[in-house]
Design a protein around this ligand. Structure first.
Ligand code: MTE
Ligand code: MO
Length: 360
């Protein structure tokens, strides 16, 4: 093994964060493929994975529509299909790095992946049902259900459900039956899931069974109690449902605590993504944030997908502990914050994360 491979053997297997419900993350240091293979794509579930028989399964559309309709899987597959790329990041990705420690799945930085999703547009399905003029939101309901354990909690079992504003729902949301050319696996939402491009993962409801068009904002559990953050509106802190992803660059190599040989030529690389805007700049600091250098963005930008980047670094001749950092800026000029933003609670962890490297 030459020195470039020192301490760089990383397994491809997903890391288990919990068994029931199943939560798995990708070892981010194993980042190689622009399109994350299905078996390397993180899994985030709130309840046990439901077993769904596709022959009896139907998607029901109801609420503020001309008439309720149902679609079988075959009917959906016969509609005009679209394939889109979308990077999906769990809003809690990076949580284990928060100080002080907070509750929730203790993700490292691998609760993110990029896939090609095939399915039908939500707006085509809504058009079949006919939207009423007073339609305001689109609530997506999954087939998975269970009890919430921590108060404040609804007294009975609930289904996982999330609402979307009509503007987003009728623009680019996909109802996907395929992930990277394969039927969805049970963990990723078989037979049908939503893919909400540019938004944190919680919006992309899996195991879809029902769509309810509402005339009022939906205030379900995962919209009001969980998956919210504090935003200052008219001078008042207001609870707002999480939505768009925040611009972020992550370093895949070196990984936290990696040992690098003194004076070694090292390729620092990783991925960057944001919400609905493209990544414009990635900068890297190899001196704990004192100075920054532009990294090279690789390939061409793909709408709603992450962008790989790299920077050649010569490890210092002096042994010691060094801190590497990456930060991204999107095309709207938004940049990663240097420090944690308290209002984000246990979510939207996009402040600059120092990666400690041991130079020997
Ligand atoms: N029905 C349902 N949909 C869901 C969830 C869930 O628990 N149930 N988890 C959400 C969250 S928090 C994330 S991050 C993504 C993860 O999708 P994945 O497991 O395919 O990576 O699914 C979302 N959709
Ligand atoms: Mo998530």
């Amino acid at each position: 093994m030459n020195s470039t491979d020192m301490d760089t053997i990383v397994e491809d297997r997903l890391i288990s964060r919990s068994e029931e419900p199943v939560n798995l993350e990708m070892p981010f240091a194993s980042l190689r493929e622009f399109v994350t293979p299905n078996e390397k794509f993180y899994v985030r579930c709130h309840f046990p994975v439901p077993t769904i028989d596709p022959t009896g399964w139907k998607l029901r559309i109801e609420g503020a529509v001309s008439a309720p309709v149902e679609f079988t899987l075959d009917q959906l597959r016969a509609m005009p299909r679209h394939t889109i790329a979308a990077t999906m990041e769990c809003a809690g990705n990076g949580r284990s790095h928060l100080e002080p420690k907070v509750k929730g799945v203790a993700w490292d930085i691998g609760a993110v992946g990029n896939a090609e999703w095939t399915g039908v547009l939500l707006r085509d399905v809504l058009a079949h049902a006919g939207l009423r003029t007073d339609a305001q939101e689109v609530v997506l309901e999954g087939a998975d259900r269970g009890a919430i354990k921590e108060p404040p909690r609804p007294p009975n079992d609930i289904n996982y459900a999330r609402g979307l504003p009509m503007e987003k729902a009728s623009r680019d949301v996909l109802l996907a039956f395929e992930m990277n050319g394969e039927p969805l696996t049970p963990e990723h939402g078989f037979p049908l899931r939503a893919v909400v491009p540019g938004w944190f993962g919680m919006a992309s409801v899996k195991w879809l069974q029902r769509i309810v068009v509402t005339t009022q904002p939906f205030n379900g559990y995962y919209q009001s109690i969980d998956y919210t953050y504090w935003e200052e509106r008219d001078g008042m802190p207001t609870l707002v449902p999480l939505a768009e992803m925040r611009v972020k660059a992550q370093i895949a190599r070196p990984h936290m605590g990696e040992v690098v040989a003194a004076g070694q030529e090292y390729r620092v690389h990783g991925a960057a993504w944001g919400g609905e805007d493209d990544v414009a700049i990635v900068e890297v600091s190899t001196d704990a944030g004192a100075t920054w250098k532009a990294a090279t963005l690789l390939g061409e930008p793909v709408k709603n997908a992450w962008r790989f980047w790299e920077l050649d670094w010569t490890a210092p001749a002096d042994r010691g502990t060094y801190q590497l950092m990456a930060r991204a800026t999107d095309s709207a000029g938004r940049i990663q914050p240097p420090h944690r933003i308290a209002e984000y609670g246990t979510y939207m962890i996009n402040h600059v994360l120092p990666i400690r490297v041991e130079v020997r």
